[in-house]
Design a protein around this ligand. Structure first.
Ligand SMILES: CC(C)(COP(=O)(O)OP(=O)(O)OC[C@H]1O[C@@H](n2cnc3c(N)ncnc32)[C@H](O)[C@@H]1OP(=O)(O)O)[C@@H](O)C(=O)NCCC(=O)NCCS
Length: 203
């Protein structure tokens, strides 16, 4: 029997169609390289322009990211990217010193952002866990997340999932897109490896 293009009989009934293999979401996590910075900037700026999950009101240029990259390298603090098998940057996470002053040298603030299409598949969990592991290896004792109290459910759930607990709320301190916004602090105690060198130099 001949089938013409578009002949409906060529389509197998639903119960006879092969079940498609589940889509595998693969990625690798590695330290940031200078060539990643334009992609990191693009991911971050998307959230600055379109959301209140960051309270930065202005996009950041490459010099900002280059300075951060240099600083974190100098302090030996982790700045990680997740990349697809093809090398595309899917997201990033970093740990930076919490506030100023050497008395805070055992504490870092984390920051994590994923690109379009990369959310909701476990990548945030893997990336934040990798950041925590790297900080524990460095002897860091506490990690703090500063989270917008508006439209940041994914971040709150991600941090809660990895053992962060609420440590305070500021109430309204910021104003973006015509709305008042506050910040929620979440904190997790880490299990620092012993005898590791810390950033900063105070006693
Ligand atoms: C926050 C973010 C990094 C989470 O990464 P992710 O890969 O989506 O998270 P995971 O798939 O590992 O899931 C972690 C938790 O977040 C929840 N989650 C993921 N996407 C969500 C969404 N869109 N809305 C609500 N919860 C969500 C998951 O259900 C899971 O919680 P559970 O364990 O209670 O079920 C990612 O959504 C993101 O980049 N968001 C925008 C930037 C941002 O808010 N950064 C944090 C600034 S402090």
């Amino acid at each position: 029997m001949q089938f013409e293009p578009g002949d409906r009989r060529r389509v197998l009934p639903r119960h006879l169609r092969p079940t498609p293999a589940p889509e595998v979401f693969s990625f690798a996590i590695r330290p940031v390289e200078a060539a990643d910075l334009p992609h990191i900037r693009e991911i971050y700026d998307h959230f600055v322009r379109n959301s209140v999950v960051t309270l930065d009101a202005h996009t950041r240029g490459i010099p900002h990211w280059r300075d951060k990259f240099t600083l974190l390298n100098r302090l030996r603090l982790p700045f990680l990217v997740a990349v697809s098998p093809g090398g595309a940057v899917l997201g990033f996470a970093l740990a930076q010193p919490w506030a100023g002053g050497n008395a805070y040298r055992y504490t870092v603030e984390d920051s994590i952002y994923l690109g379009p299409g990369a959310g909701g598949k476990g990548l945030g969990t893997a990336l934040l866990q990798a950041l925590i592991d790297a900080c524990e290896q460095l002897g860091i004792r506490e990690m703090v997340a500063v989270i917008s109290d508006s439209q940041a459910d994914a971040s709150v759930r991600l941090h809660a999932r990895l053992g962060f607990e609420e440590a305070g709320r500021t109430g309204r301190v910021a104003h973006r897109f015509g709305r008042d916004i506050g910040t929620l602090y979440m904190k997790r105690r880490l299990r620092p490896a012993k005898g590791r060198r810390l950033f900063g130099s105070a006693r």
